[in-house]
Write a protein that binds this ligand. Structure first.
Ligand SMILES: Cc1ncc(COP(=O)(O)O)c(C=O)c1O
Length: 467
């Protein structure tokens, strides 16, 4: 949702930004005429000209229509080539259409796509996920949203408690429990700028606290009505917020103290390592959820849990587990096509070597971007986390979602993304997240650094906002 919120550190005035924007819009329209025509035509049958709302949220006058994508590159229908640092907002974390995954998919698509029967591949993925993430039992869903939903259902079923605690400005998919936010009066209600789910009774499903605030977490958990705390170990959907020293461990202790399950959503933070942030930092969650990239972008997600939970599910619900009558499962979930794609991706694509390459790439990128900020004396900061980094329009790293949001600047952000896209570079829409895949060559990383250098140089030279 685009708002007029301005970062105090935005460099340029509205008028200066509007002038730059007009120049870039003209360049964009010129080089994407076919996309523009497709967008106009699409309005005949698609709401707002796109098959899914986010596809219209790139901040450009029309979306770029994709022709194909491979490795770290995309090509649009006008024939423009882009280096891609968005990578489907992590869905294509290991590069677009990795050869090994593509070969498996091509074979499997001719040998059964969905049957509601398990295959031997599922044994392998269970073993592999347990090895990587340290939790013994796994289940498969279609999307990370679903994995979170089923995990929440299990947590509620096992605790008999109604509420879920989440972090202010979090995102875990379009789950009702995770959409409420604290407003400016400190009440759990509408978001300050918009309501992602109007009509929802906000206070019945959710408790919301700021990330990195153990006192608030204890205050809310002590009501003893939260089935689970659901969080990303690094917040990655409101800009990026790193956990303070000891915060995640402290939250673990509080969850144990108040009988609340700890769910770590690794959907994005898988980019922190072979076994996600959980393994890299020795976390001890009750549940882990993840999706998006684990089958190279083929829709599939998983959730894992402890032996204690496994036993409790079996004691309470018998061999069927918390099953269909409880609202868990789906006919397409765990289909053999997706399972085969996941097995190959885990075994051959998302390897330890791949993560090492991604981390090296991120360090190169982050070093380069920090040098650019220093060169032009721009008071912005850079968060590094695993294979990703985030350029934030504020001088210090945010400690929580509200701090990150208060320095958000949609207009400036979309201008910078448009600037980069006109120079053949794509980064994540919604914020300034850049993900380096294992197949991103150094020269493409350097191209992104140069793109930001040119963009920031101009902003710093002409900018008179608060300067
Ligand atoms: C942390 C996190 N969890 C879950 C989801 C939901 O993933 P999906 O859209 O694949 O359901 C997202 C999506 O961006 C996410 O960022």
């Amino acid at each position: 949702m685009i708002t007029d919120k301005k970062s105090p550190y935005r460099l340029v005035t509205d008028q200066q930004l509007a002038q730059l924007r007009a120049r870039e819009d003209a360049i964009f329209n010129d080089r994407t005429a076919k996309s523009k025509a497709a967008f106009e035509k699409a309005h005949e049958n698609l709401l707002n000209g796109v098959p899914m709302p986010w596809m219209g949220d790139w901040g450009t006058e029309h979306p770029i229509f994709l022709e194909r994508a491979k490795g770290d590159k995309c090509w649009d229908i006008d024939g423009n080539e882009y280096v891609d640092f968005c990578l489907g907002d992590t869905g294509a974390m290991f590069g677009h259409s990795p050869d090994a995954t593509a070969d498996t998919v091509a074979h499997q698509v001719r040998n059964g796509i969905t049957t509601m029967m398990p295959t031997l591949d599922s044994l392998e993925i269970g073993k592999e996920l347990s090895k990587r993430f340290g939790l013994p039992t796994w289940q498969v869903a279609m999307t990370a949203t679903e994995a979170n939903r089923y995990t929440i259902r299990n947590a509620r079923a096992l605790t008999g408690r109604p509420k879920i605690m989440v972090m202010q400005e979090c995102y875990h998919g379009s789950l009702d429990e995770t959409l409420p936010h604290i407003n400016e009066e400190g009440k759990l209600a509408l978001r300050t700028d918009y309501d992602s789910n109007p009509g929802l009774p906000k206070d019945q499903l959710t408790r919301v606290v700021e990330f990195n605030d153990l006192e608030a977490a204890e205050r809310e958990l002590s009501h003893m009505d939260c089935a689970a705390v659901l969080l990303e170990p690094v917040m990655t959907n409101c800009g990026m917020v790193l956990p303070a020293e000891g915060y995640l461990e402290g939250l673990r202790e509080l969850c144990t103290k108040y009988g609340t399950y700890l769910i770590i959503d690794e959907t994005h933070t898988l980019s922190n390592g072979y076994g996600g942030y959980t393994r890299a930092h020795g976390l001890e969650p009750d549940f882990i959820t993840l999706g998006k990239s684990i089958a190279g972008g083929i829709p599939v997600a998983v959730y894992g849990f402890t032996k204690e939970i496994t036993d409790k599910i079996n004691e309470t619900y018998g061999n069927a587990g918390v099953s269909d009558p409880m609202g868990i499962g789906g006919t397409l979930a765990a289909n053999q096509f997706a399972i085969a794609a996941m097995k190959t991706t885990l075994e051959k694509v998302a390897t330890e070597e791949a993560f090492r390459k991604m981390f090296r790439g991120q360090e190169r990128l982050s070093d380069g971007l920090e040098a650019v900020l220093k060169k032009y004396d721009v008071p912005w900061s850079l968060t590094r986390s695993g294979a990703r980094c985030e350029l934030q329009f504020m001088p210090t790293l945010p400690k929580n979602g509200t701090e990150a949001k208060n320095n958000f600047d949609w207009q400036l952000m979309y201008y910078t993304h448009l600037y980069l896209s006109n120079r053949g570079i794509i980064i994540t829409p919604f914020h300034n997240m850049m993900l380096v895949s294992p197949v991103t060559p150094d020269e493409d990383i350097d191209r992104l650094i140069q793109g930001w250098d040119d963009c920031i140089k101009e902003l710093a030279e002409i900018g008179t906002y608060n300067r």
